[in-house]
Design a protein around this ligand. Structure first.
Ligand SMILES: [Fe+2]
Length: 359
């Protein structure tokens, strides 16, 4: 068993300003990588810029990261970072900007390399320092070395082989208060899938399960607020951020398994948000696993049984119909990934994947 999580994390109100000196310690100029709008509305960019200003560190903003960031966007961010002579990268937002920030930090260091470098498993992993500031509560990217990009030419999503941990992550629930409820619902489901998939996993260890237990405890505490659609409190937001963080640490050690693997074609083909797409397969996955383990996990998150979890999914995310050809693609692509299949704690058959897909 091993346990490795080198990212330094602060989770507290106003932590960007409180730890401004540390944030500013990574270089002379930061490339801030984010999406189009939310970081400007929730106050995170303003806090970061003020924190850097206070310590004489310059910054430039690259705010062109889309949902499920593409390799093309990463290369565009790389060009911007080189032009700005950035020497560290700050990713602000959900998983997309944070994942893009890691890949951009890698590519800024490889000035002459083409986009193929991103997926070259034999290439050196040498990246600028990365800081992550999550403004959603699902990805866990702030505590993992993973960067998932969309390869438009292959019509698929996939993690790059380079492992790039953030050096510092700053978690402040205030940045979630203004997020659309559908984003909170979607990302909190992503965190739940991470927790369950990490536990129900052949690579699970006592350490990874310790993180799952901690994550489920805080996820459960605020799940009803997400479910009910009532206004979220700062406490709810911090709970969901912590759940996401614990889930991220857990999957950094086990990886995700079938629901995530099956979700990628659904997101690429239909545009269904990531957490919702993973959740689509979660109850089916639980029905295939050991009943005792499933009961433990359901109880830990506050669900009486699988049907109660399904009700929660329908209420928070909504269960859309996914076209059968897309589900068949989910099944075939998962069957073609022996590494993913090996992580499921049961012998995965084609029939089991059909059941998980609801076919
Ligand atoms: Fe995920």
């Amino acid at each position: 068993m091993y346990f490795y999580m080198p990212a330094k994390v602060y989770c507290e109100n106003n932590c960007v300003r409180k730890h401004a000196k540390e944030l500013a310690s990574f270089g002379k100029k930061a490339l801030i990588v984010t999406g189009k709008h939310s970081a400007f509305q929730n106050g995170s960019i303003a806090d970061v810029q003020a924190a850097l200003d206070d310590h004489g560190v310059a910054s430039a903003v690259f705010n062109e990261v889309e949902e499920n960031p593409s390799v093309d966007t990463v290369m565009k961010g790389r060009d911007r970072g080189i032009a700005e002579e950035a020497d560290f990268v700050i990713g602000i937002g959900g998983g997309s900007p944070m994942d893009a920030a890691k890949a951009i930090a890698l590519m800024i260091r490889q000035k002459d390399a083409g986009a193929d470098y991103l997926y070259d498993s034999t290439a050196l992993t040498d990246a600028l320092p990365v800081v992550c500031i999550p403004t959603t509560c699902g990805t866990g990217s702030e505590v993992t070395a993973v960067s998932v990009l969309t390869r438009s030419n292959l019509r698929s999503k996939g993690s790059i082989p380079h492992k790039i941990f953030p050096r510092l992550s700053l978690l402040d629930g205030r940045y979630l208060l203004s997020a659309p409820r559908r984003v909170i619902a979607d990302t909190s489901y992503d965190a739940l899938c991470h927790l369950y998939e990490s536990w129900l996993n052949t690579k699970a260890t006592d350490c990874s399960r310790m993180c799952v237990d901690a994550g489920l405890k805080v996820w459960r505490r605020s799940r009803k607020a997400v479910y009910n659609g009532t206004d979220l409190t700062l406490e709810n937001c911090n709970d969901m951020l912590l759940a996401s963080m614990f889930a991220g640490i857990a999957i950094a050690h086990t990886a995700t398994t079938l629901p995530h693997g099956m979700s990628y074609p659904v997101t690429v083909e239909t545009g269904m948000p990531h957490g919702k797409a993973c959740g689509y397969f979660l109850t089916g996955y639980l029905r295939e696993t050991d009943p005792g383990e499933t009961a433990y996990l359901l109880n830990a998150a506050g669900f009486a049984d699988i049907d109660a979890l399904e009700d929660h999914y329908r209420a928070t995310c909504g269960r859309d119909e996914v076209p059968v050809p897309v589900l068949l693609k989910s099944i075939s692509s998962t069957l073609g990934s022996p590494a993913k299949l090996a992580l499921a704690p049961f012998g995965v058959t084609e029939a089991a994947l059909y059941r998980i897909a609801g076919l």
